[in-house]
Structures are given as structure tokens and as C-alpha cells.
Design a binder for this molecule. Structure first.
Ligand code: HEC
Length: 234
């Protein structure tokens, strides 16, 4: 079939479908659908280059997949942190002013005001690497090299007492060996088993309790403002 015959056939087909469409929106949907079927290319843009995809493909998974090669020590991280992070997050990650706190808070998760820091709350170290590489320093995101991110994460591990040795070097090789203190508190939804005892096979759906007994009314305990006694409003 030549191209012009094909286009004519498509026009006929779309015309026939439009006749059965109930609304302009439906007609448009049918037309779009028919057009996509003929060609999935719209003639716009160009395929992304491998380098462009690579530049955005920076996510790091808890199992270490996506980690770039690199390394950095607590001491190196300390220097970078003081220069590029401490103005907001405090010298030790304690948070300057009302900027986010990054260290401390161990044992506070059950308190009224828990400190949800990397050390006290985050279950996976990969989140720290991924987030810092992607979003920090605030206002100058993506300016750190991979080695600098490793170093800063190592420093944060040290500030959170997860590593004790200040000569510790974090790298893509030993990254997954770090266990976060709160990791075990995150687990798969286990309600199927843990809450099973609370479930009834035939839950009550109708007339489940008798009507409540009214023991007093606001008017009789005199809390309803009396329109005559209220302040005069112009
Ligand atoms: C200009 C202030 C500023 C600087 C400098 C800065 N941050 Fe942040 N940081 C923030 C703000 C604001 C947030 C919260 C952003 C949000 O929630 O969207 C944040 C969030 C974070 C978090 C996540 C905290 C959480 O509990 O959710 C981490 C980790 C972090 N920053 C690390 C760093 C590191 C490492 C540096 C230095 C390389 C840095 N930041 C520099 C302002 C700053």
C-alpha cells in the first residue's frame, strides 16, 4: 500500500469511529489512539544519549547497586563537612538554628518529639549517599565528587557513633557492611500474621452496638451561649 493510500484508509477509519463516538473527548481519544497505532514516533525530539541517561541515573539501592567506585575517610569528610555543610547542619551534624539535624537522637524514637536523624532513624545508608549526592549542599547540589560524597557519609557515620575509628575509610567495597542502628525496625507488612488474632471472620457491619444513652445536654449544663446574654455586636 502506498503512503497516500494508507493515510486515506486511516482517515476513513477514524471518520467511521468518530461517527460512533459519544462526545468530543471520546472522539479525540479514538483519533489519538488510531494515530499512535500507525506510528509510535511523533517526529519530535531525539533519543536521549547514553551520557545523558548516565548523568541522571545516580540512584543507589540498599543492596549497594548503583554505587559509583570511590572512597573517602572520616577525616577527609570532616574537612568537607565544615566547609560546605556545617553552616546549616552544625559542626557535628547537630543542626544550626532550625536547619535539619543529621546526628544524635539515639533512643528518642519513642519520645514525644523524636529526633529522626541518619543514625537514629534511617534504615539504609544508601539513602544518605543517594540523597547527599543528588541534593546537597543545598543551593549547590551535585557539586561534590563521588569521593567527597563517600568522605562526607563516612564523617556522618562517625558523628552518629556508627563507626568509632576516625581513620575509617568508606568505599564502594565496604559500603554494604555498615549496618544502621534502626534497620531492624523497618520490616515487611506482617499484619496478615501479627494482627490475625484481632480479626473476626464475620465482622459486624450492622447494628453492632445499642444506641448510646444521652446523659446530659449542653443546654442543661449551661454551656450554650444565650443570645440575650451575649455581648452586643454592632
Ligand atoms: C544552605 C543550607 C544547607 C547546606 C550548606 C547543606 N544543607 Fe543539607 N539540608 C538543608 C536543608 C534545607 C535540608 C532539608 C531539605 C528538604 O527537606 O527538602 C537538608 C537536608 C539534608 C539531609 C537530609 C536530612 C533528613 O533527615 O532528611 C542530609 C543528609 C543533608 N542535608 C546533608 C548535607 C551535607 C552532607 C551537606 C554538605 C555537603 C549539606 N547537607 C549542606 C540545608 C543545607
Amino acid at each position: 500500500m502506498s503512503r497516500s493510500v494508507k493515510v486515506a484508509a486511516l482517515a476513513l477509519f477514524v471518520g467511521a469511529m468518530l461517527a460512533v463516538a459519544n462526545s468530543p473527548i471520546e472522539a479525540q481519544q479514538i483519533a489519538t489512539h488510531a494515530a499512535t497505532k500507525v506510528s509510535s514516533k511523533l517526529g519530535l525530539g531525539r533519543p536521549a544519549l547514553p551520557e545523558e541517561i548516565k548523568a541522571w541515573d545516580t540512584d543507589v539501592r540498599p543492596d549497594g547497586k548503583g554505587l559509583p567506585p570511590g572512597k573517602g575517610t572520616v577525616k577527609q569528610g570532616d574537612v568537607i563537612f565544615q566547609a560546605q555543610c556545617a553552616s546549616c547542619h552544625g559542626e557535628f551534624g547537630e543542626g544550626a538554628g532550625r536547619w535539619p539535624v543529621l546526628a544524635g537522637g539515639a533512643g528518642t524514637l519513642k519520645a514525644d518529639r523524636p529526633d529522626k536523624t541518619i543514625g537514629s532513624f534511617w534504615p539504609d545508608l544508601s539513602t544518605a549517599f543517594d540523597y547527599i549526592k543528588r541534593a546537597m549542599p543545598y543551593g549547590n547540589a551535585r557539586s561534590l565528587s563521588d569521593d567527597e560524597v563517600y568522605a562526607v557519609v563516612a564523617y556522618l557515620l562517625s558523628m552518629n557513633d556508627i563507626v568509632k575509628d576516625e581513620n575509617f575509610e568508606l568505599s564502594d567495597k565496604n559500603f554494604t557492611s555498615i549496618k544502621m542502628p534502626n534497620a531492624a525496625a523497618f520490616f515487611e507488612d506482617d499484619r496478615e500474621t501479627s494482627e490475625k488474632q484481632f480479626w473476626k471472620k464475620d465482622p459486624c457491619m450492622k447494628d453492632c452496638r445499642s444506641a448510646p444513652k444521652v446523659t446530659g445536654r449542653a443546654i442543661s449544663v449551661d454551656v450554650t451561649p444565650d443570645s440575650k446574654a451575649g455581648p452586643k455586636v454592632d
